[in-house]
Design a protein. Structure first.
Length: 167
């Protein structure tokens, strides 16, 4: 999944407001960031384990523990951990990934059908941003900005799915 991950983080903010938005976004794409980290510093990489069930569970627990230590709230820690797990749950829809190291490859691989992936991600963006906008603490100008965020996210998603040249 691409833009949908960010939409999930934005939507989750409704319930996890004490956590900084940057932390929610980080948790929602932690497995991908670990891939980037591993490509830059091989010693810190864990290969395909970033996107396996055991790897994601370890990452989710680590993020939850850090959240608990910093914010002292079990609910927030659980929410941050679930955001990490949401990442590979969503990726199993859009990709084919090993369940565990050398394990069976599973997933719907919607990336192979760009319009289907776009519909899934656009729906996730719509739901996530609707939840984000319904947060009781947002002031009116921010709510207006949600439409702009939606257009930007849908545009980036369309470029991802259909390319710039269109053929
Ligand atoms: Zn991923």
């Amino acid at each position: 999944m691409y833009m949908g991950h960010y939409a999930i983080a934005l939507g989750a903010r409704r319930w996890l407001r004490p956590l900084p938005m940057a932390w929610l976004l980080f948790a929602s794409i932690e497995p991908d960031l670990h891939d980037v980290l591993g490509s830059m510093i091989p010693g810190l990489g864990i290969g395909p384990d970033t996107h396996t069930l055991p790897g994601a569970c370890v990452a989710a627990i680590a993020i939850a523990v850090i959240t608990a230590l910093v914010f002292h709230r079990a609910g927030l820690a659980l929410g941050a951990g679930l955001l990490v797990l949401s990442h590979i749950a969503a990726d199993y829809l859009t990709s084919r990934l090993p369940l565990w190291r050398h394990g069976p490859m599973v997933g719907l691989h919607l990336y192979a059908t760009p319009w289907a992936d776009f519909l899934l991600e656009a729906g996730t963006i719509a739901i996530g941003l609707t939840m984000y906008a319904s947060s009781p603490d947002l002031r009116r100008p921010v709510r207006g900005g949600v439409a702009v965020i939606a257009v930007v996210m849908l545009t980036l998603q369309a470029i991802w799915n259909f390319g710039l040249g269109g053929g």
